[in-house]
Structure formats: C-alpha cells, structure tokens
Ligand binder design. Structure first.
Ligand SMILES: [Fe+2]
Length: 335
C-alpha cells in the first residue's frame, strides 16, 4: 500500500480559482486526491460563489435555500475549512468561526441582513474557533466551555514560525482579529435552539476527535453539520495517546466511546439525509457514517490491522507513527 506523502506539481500550483485575499504557498498536511479534485471543481464551477468586500478572506456558497457554506483557508497548513451559516425564520446560526481572519462579523451580518445570530462551535480546533472573539456570545458543549474561556490575545501566535513568517498561507496580518473577551455558554448533549417557529437545531455530543466535540442537527433542512467527526481526507476521529498529552480526558476520546456515539447518531438517521463536514467534500449522503462505523469497528477489533502506516516527525520534533484505516470511499481514519 503506498504511503501518502508530498504533492504533485499540479496539486501544488493549480490556483483553485482562489478569489480570496489569502495565498497558499505550502501544504502542511496531505490532501487526498479525490478531496482535492472535488474542492478544485467546487471552487471553480459553483455558480453561487461570492466574495464580499467586507471580508475578502472568505468564499461564500449557497448550499440550501437558507444555508451558506463559508470557505476559508487553513492558516496553519491543515485542511481548509467550512463554516456554516443557517438563516431561520427569526434568528440565524453560525457553526464555527475559522481563524477569524477579516471582518467575520460583518460578513455574517451582511449575509443575514443583520439578524440576531447564535454562534456555536463544534470544538476547539484552532481552525474552528479562533474567530469567536468577533462575537459577544459563543455556545458549545459544556466540556468545550472552559477551553473557550481560556482564549486570550496569544491564540494566533502559533500561526508564525520563530522568524515571524507565515506558515503555508500569506495574508495581511492586520486582518487577524483584535482579541476581546466574550461570553461562553456551555450546554448539555441534546440542547436545542429555536431559530423561529418550528425551526430547531440540536447539539449532539460526539467526543472522539476531541473530548468536547459536538455536532449540530438542523431538523428543518435534515442536515448534520459535523465538524471534524468525519472528513473526506484524513479523519482523526479518536485516539488515546496524543489526546492525553494535550490534557484531554481519554474517557471521551477513545474508540469504544466514539463508536457508541457514532452508532447513536446513525440510529437517528431518520432525522437527516446529508452531512456537512468541517473540511473538504460536503453535502454527502449519511451512508458514509455507516462506512465510518465499520472502520471504527475494525480498529477496535484489531488496532494493528491498519491499511498502512507512516513514520514521521511531529511538529514538536518527536518521532511519530501515524496509522491509517480506510473509510470505504471516504478518506481514512488516522490514529
Ligand atoms: Fe478541523
């Protein structure tokens, strides 16, 4: 089995019709060819694509009558991200805030026409929650809340090397937000928001990718906005050792726990049709969750039965072995 590493010249230099004010010059992680090709075609040919003057660091696509997918580049070299904006009858909801580059609040207000906005996070990945400080109040699972309350003006420090140079993506540094404290409200599994009469969105706790990861079920659109729970490139959906070293509680990140939550989500499949991950291919049939469950089951049965592995050096300089288990037709789980 070939080990993924590096990029072809074509992957590196094709510009993907970038309409934003960021310019990628390197990749910090492998992007599966199918995901890369999907993203290139989506960005080149989707006719709903818009870049707003108030925030030139985001491409906005309409994916449902009342739902927008906001694409931003990953300033840290990981996979580029999707954030999702849903416009309900009376209120709107934003799921994740990316790195916050550009005037993210103005962008949301422009799209919604200034509606009341509920902002939620799937988890505290720096590619999902560094734009939170644009807003006065952020919601998320109660295990996420303490992490968001610890944010400060240094949260963007890791985006530059020791010489102060950008990692992987060039942009005007003054476009990063000026940090300001915000209110954080932690909610339990099953908490539901009301965007107007009959329009409900429910938080479902997943654990796995982090010990505080949650996803959002839009019951009106029958969609699941699922953060990093699954991704068409590499899904780091559950792991033990790396998470412990980051201070996370392994009771919520291990494979058996994640398996339990994933099976629960699949059992509610009569409530949704398509999933919208936080990276790469989106608007995907829910069947891929069953494919993911099969891969998780295979890992639990025998963690050494990976499809391939890669010996590498982590960003901390320490040697690291990454194991890869294929999710049928939808990337791999890394662990
Ligand atoms: Fe992510």
């Amino acid at each position: 089995m070939p080990i993924p590493s590096g990029f072809s010249d074509y992957q590196m230099h094709d510009v993907m019709e970038n309409a934003m004010a960021t310019r990628r010059f390197d990749w910090g992680c492998y992007v599966y060819p199918a995901s890369w090709a999907w993203l290139r075609d989506w960005r080149k040919y989707n006719r709903t694509k818009k870049v707003y003057d108030c925030d030139p660091y985001a491409e906005v696509y309409q994916v449902r009558e009342n739902m927008y997918a906001i694409f931003t580049e990953n300033l840290n070299g990981g996979g580029d991200m999707w954030q999702y904006l849903i416009i309900g009858p009376q209120r709107a909801m934003l799921v994740d805030t990316g790195f916050g580059l550009g005037n993210y609040k103005a962008l949301c207000d422009t799209i919604t026409g200034g509606m009341e906005l509920i902002v939620v996070n799937t988890h505290y990945g720096i590619d999902h929650a560094l734009g939170d400080c644009w807003f006065e109040r952020i919601y998320g699972h109660e295990r996420l809340a303490p992490l968001l309350r610890a944010q400060d003006e240094h949260i963007w420090d890791g985006l530059f090397d020791k010489s102060g140079h950008h990692l992987c993506v060039e942009y005007d540094r003054s476009a990063l937000p000026v940090f300001k404290p915000f209110e954080v409200i932690g909610v339990p599994d099953g908490y539901t928001w009301d965007l107007g009469p009959g329009y409900e969105i429910e938080l479902i706790f997943t654990g796995g990718h982090t010990d505080h990861h949650a996803i959002y079920l839009d019951k009106h659109n029958r969609t699941l906005l699922c953060g990093d729970m699954i991704c068409s490139s590499m899904t780091n959906c559950a792991s033990i050792l790396p998470r412990i070293s980051r201070g996370e509680d392994p009771a919520f990140t291990n494979f058996p726990y994640f398996r339990e939550r994933l099976a629960y989500i699949i059992s509610r499949g009569n409530e949704f049709d398509n999933i919208f991950p936080g990276h790469y291919i989106m608007d995907v049939d829910k069947a891929v969750l069953t494919d993911e469950l099969r891969a998780v089951d295979a890992i639990i049965a025998n963690p050494d039965a990976y499809d391939f592995k890669q010996d590498t050096i982590g960003r901390n300089g320490q040697p690291r072995t990454i194991r890869y288990k294929n999710i049928t037709n939808f990337g791999v789980i890394t662990y």
